[in-house]
Write a protein that binds this ligand. Structure first.
Ligand code: NDP
Length: 532
C-alpha cells in the first residue's frame, strides 16, 4: 500500500513563500486582542457533554504577565474521575460500532474547525503557556496535522481490517484491530494543544472512549480542543475532560479499574509510575508514554560552525528549553571549541527576552514558580562547579511585565558525568563539553538513560555515516541549523524516543502510532454462515 498523500499545515512557511507575513502578524495580533478580552472565565469539568461543577477550583495565570488571569478551573477529584470513566465505559459500546468513515469524518471536521480558528488557538497558547507566535502557530499546525494524518491512516487501512483468506478448504479468515475500551489521556504543559489533541485523537478515532486530564498549568487550550471535537459532531461521552492535579485526578485515573489503557506524555518519573501501577493492577492494556530527553549534539572539527551555532542556540533556547527535544549538552571537538563557544555566547546574548506575544520575542517565560526555582538552583550549582559564560539569572527589566523571565544560559567546565549534564532540566540551559574525536563524542552522547533526539554538525560524509550507525536516539538530525534537535513534522518526521524516553518505541505522527490503541483479533468462520 502506498503512503497517503499528506501535506503539513506549515502556516508561517506558506506566508513566507507568498510574501504575506504582514498578514500573518496582523491576524495574530488581532487574535491576541480578542482572546485577551475573553480570559478570566470559570471552566467546569465536561462529562458526557455536560458542565460539571466542583467544590474547589484553581487559578491559572499568564506566565509572561502574572497579573493576567487565564481562568478559573474546576479541581476534579477521584469521585469525578469515577463518574467520567463510568460515562466513557457506557459510551464505548456505541462509539466502537460507529463506522470508520463516520469517525474519520468527525475528526476531519474538527481539523477544519481548528484551521478556521488557528489564530485564536495560537494566541491562547501564547497567553496560557508563554509561547512566542512562531512556536504557538507551529504547535497549532502540528495539532491539525495529527488529526488529518490519523484520519487518513485509519481510512486508508479501513480501520485495520484484512481478509486473510482460506488457508484450508472451508476456513474463512480475517484479521483486524479492535479498540480496548476506555483510555486515560494525561498531557504535558509544553505542547498542551498538539500533544493533547494528538493523544486524544489517537485513542478516540480508533474507537476507544477517553477521560482526559491536561496539565494543571494549561487547561484552557485543552478545553478548546474538547469544545472543537464536540462542535465537529463527536458524540457526548466519547471524550470527557477532568481538570485538576496529578495526584487528585491523574493518579485515580491511572488506577481506575475500568481504564483499559493510558496514553501519557510527560516526565519519566510519572510515566514509569503509570507503568508500575498497570503492572501491579495486572492490567493488560497499553501504557503509551512519551517521556523526557537529555538531547546531545556533536560538533566535529569538520562542522560548518555557523550552522552549528544557530542550531544549538535555537535548539537549546526556543520556548526557553521547555521541550523534551531541547538541545541540552553539546560535545565539541577541542580543535574548534574555542571559536564555537565564543560565537554561541554572542548569539545567545542577541536573543531577545520580551513578552511572548511581541513580534521580536524569542525566549519565553518559564511555566511556573517551580521551574523558576529549578532555574535558580541549577545556575547556582553551575557557578559553583563550572563556569557560566552567559546567562544564569532571572531577567528584571522595566520593559517586561511581572512574569517568569530567565536568561538563556551557556555553561562550561562541567564534567560529562555531572548531574547538570545528565538530568533533564527543561530550562534554557546548555552545557558544552570538549572531546578529542567523534568516537569519544558518540560514546558520551549515548551514555544517557534517555534516547529522544540527537544532532550532529559535520560536513564529512564518513562522520555522518558513523554517527547514524551508532547514535542511540529516536530522532536524529544532521546539520540542522534551524534547530539542532527540536521540531518535527507529522508524517515525514514521526516523533518519539528510544530507551527511557518512551515506552513503546512507536512514534507520534507516524505510520505505526494508531495500532497501539487497538488489540488484534483473528476471526475464522467455517462454512458460509457469518462470513464477512
Ligand atoms: P509531568 O510528568 O510533571 O506532568 C505531565 C502530566 O502528568 C501533567 O498533566 C501532570 O499533572 C500529570 N501528573 C503528575 N503526577 C501524576 C500522577 N501521579 N499520575 C498521573 N498523572 C500525573 O511533566 P510536565 O507537564 O512537566 O512536562 C514536561 C515533561 O514532559 C518533560 O519531562 C518532557 O521531557 C516530557 N515531554 C516529553 C515529550 C515526548 O514526546 N517525549 C513531549 C513533551 C514533553 P499536573 O500538571 O496537574 O501536575
Amino acid at each position: 500500500m502506498e503512503p497517503q498523500e499528506f501535506a503539513n499545515e506549515n502556516t508561517i512557511l506558506a506566508h513566507q513563500q507568498d510574501g504575506t507575513l504582514d498578514e500573518f502578524h496582523r491576524s495574530y495580533d488581532d487574535a491576541v486582542e480578542t482572546v485577551r478580552n475573553e480570559l478570566g472565565e470559570a471552566h467546569s469539568l465536561v462529562i458526557d457533554g455536560n458542565a460539571v461543577e466542583t467544590e474547589t477550583s484553581f487559578t491559572v495565570k499568564n506566565p509572561g504577565d502574572l497579573d493576567e488571569r487565564i481562568g478559573e478551573f474546576a479541581s476534579g477529584s477521584a469521585a469525578d474521575v469515577d463518574r467520567a470513566v463510568g460515562v466513557a465505559a457506557e459510551t464505548f459500546e456505541s462509539w466502537r460500532r460507529t463506522s470508520v468513515s463516520d469517525r474519520v469524518e468527525i475528526f476531519r471536521r474538527a481539523a477544519d474547525l481548528m484551521r478556521d480558528k488557528k489564530y485564536e488557538l495560537a494566541a491562547t497558547l501564547t497567553l496560557e503557556a508563554g509561547k512566542t507566535r512562531a512556536e504557538a502557530m507551529a504547535e497549532i499546525d502540528e495539532g491539525i496535522d495529527f488529526l488529518v494524518f490519523y484520519a487518513g491512516e485509519l481510512q486508508r487501512h479501513d480501520g485495520y481490517r484484512l481478509g486473510t483468506g482460506e488457508p484450508t478448504p472451508g476456513q474463512h479468515c480475517s484479521n483486524r484491530l479492535e479498540p480496548f475500551g476506555v483510555f486515560g489521556v494525561v498531557g504535558p504543559f509544553n505542547f498542551p494543544f498538539a500533544i493533547f489533541a494528538g493523544m486524544t485523537t489517537g485513542a478516540a478515532i480508533t474507537g476507544n472512549t477517553v477521560v482526559a486530564k491536561p496539565a494543571s498549568t494549561t487547561p484552557l487550550i485543552a478545553h478548546r480542543v474538547v469544545a472543537i471535537l464536540s462542535e465537529a459532531g463527536l458524540p457526548d461521552g466519547v471524550v470527557n475532560i477532568v481538570t485538576g492535579g496529578g495526584s487528585d485526578v491523574g493518579q485515580p485515573l491511572v488506577e481506575h479499574e475500568h481504564v483499559d489503557g493510558m496514553v501519557f506524555t510527560g516526565s519519566r518519573k510519572v510515566g514509569r509510575s503509570i507503568q508500575k501501577t498497570f503492572l501491579e493492577q495486572d492490567k493488560s492494556g497499553p501504557v503509551i508514554a512519551e517521556l523526557g530527553g537529555k538531547n546531545p549534539v556533536i560538533v566535529t572539527d569538520n562542522a560548518d560552525l555557523e550552522k552549528a551555532v544557530s542550531g544549538v542556540a535555537n535548539g537549546a533556547f526556543g520556548f526557553s528549553g521547555q521541550k523534551c527535544s531541547a538541545t541540552s549538552r553539546v560535545y565539541v571537538d577541542e580543535n574548534v571549541i574555542e571559536t564555537f563557544t565564543s560565537e554561541l555566547v554572542s548569539k545567545t546574548e542577541e536573543l531577545e527576552v520580551l513578552p511572548p506575544e511581541h513580534e521580536g520575542a524569542f525566549v519565553s517565560p518559564v511555566i511556573d514558580e517551580s521551574a523558576a526555582k529549578r532555574y535558580r538552583n541549577i545556575c547556582e550549582t553551575a557557578s559553583e562547579d563550572g563556569t557560566i559564560l552567559t546567562g544564569g539569572d532571572v531577567v528584571h527589566s522595566d520593559a517586561l511585565p511581572e512574569g517568569r523571565y530567565v536568561q538563556p544560559t551557556v555553561v562550561t567546565g562541567i564534567s560529562h558525568g555531572h548531574e547538570l549534564a545528565r538530568e533533564e532540566h527543561f530550562l534554557p540551559f546548555v552545557t558544552l563539553h570538549p572531546v578529542s574525536d567523534l568516537d569519544e563524542a558518540i560514546t558520551k552522547a549515548n551514555d544517557s538513560e534517555y534516547g529522544l533526539c540527537a544532532g550532529l554538525f559535520s560536513e564529512d560524509e564518513a562522520e555522518i555515516d558513523e554517527w547514524f550507525g551508532r547514535i542511540e536516539s529516536g530522532m536524529c538530525y544532521v546539520n540542522r541549523h534551524q534547530s539542532a534537535t527540536t521540531g518535527a513534522l507529522v508524517q515525514a518526521q514521526p516523533f518519539g524516543g528510544w530507551k527511557s524516553s518512551g515506552t513503546t518505541s512507536k512514534f507520534a505522527g507516524g505510520y505505526w502510532y494508531l495500532q497501539q490503541f487497538m488489540r488484534e483479533q483473528t476471526r475464522t468462520v467455517v462454512g458460509d454462515v457469518g462470513r464477512e
